[in-house]
Design a protein around this ligand. Sequence first.
Ligand code: FPP
Length: 228
Amino acid sequence: MSRSKLKHLAIIMDGNGRWAKQRGLNRTKGHEKGAEIIRDITTYCAKQPNIETVTFYAFSTENWKRPKLEVDFLMRLLDNYLKKELVTYQENNVCFKAIGNMEALSKKLQERIKTTQEATKNNSDLTHILALNYGGRAEITRAVNELIAKGKKEILEEDISTALQTPYSDIDLLIRTSGEERISNFLLWQLSYSEFYFSQTLWPDFTVEELDNIIEDFEQRNRRFGGV
Ligand code: FPP
């Protein structure tokens, strides 16, 4: 039996708040440490010949319900992250993309996203996607409305797949950290045939070594895609 190949990895990073609480710290410290882990995992993925894309759930459409101070902090962290990480993207030949509804983000952040995408668009070892103000249902609804606006009378699965913001490929493996076992409106269409791995580790404690073990586990799995 051939080993399953991991091309597109998706991660729901969960547990930043609990990590901080366990240490008597403000929740924002958990997010700060969490952002560092994104850098480690992205750099690792860029070095793996099979992995083409890694998609992180950084901010959901539901995350606006958090206290304003935390939301503002996350937005600032994101802006600083992209500013700082441009060097890492260039050094590791990583192409950056954002998915989600950008219109609700500040003009400054939208500009930062645009310039980072533009500066890294020819990098080819890895595509690093951040889902920001993202919701899976919203993404599918937007795609269908776009097809209707184009005058489509009958919509095929392939039409929706290509109209999504993430038409690059289906997800092979989804990891969620912190022991929670939910999809939380992430990449609903693209996860149809994914393998799932739920880790007990809180995101700020997640390591490249654990990811390596999870990939080893994934490669042993027998993916049948509905066949026998
Ligand atoms: C969940 O932890 C995490 C998020 C809100 C999204 C992930 C955000 C980061 C890793 C930091 C910012 C990202 C970038 C790209 C700079 P939680 O707060 O829900 O944790 P809890 O469930 O323990 O409260």
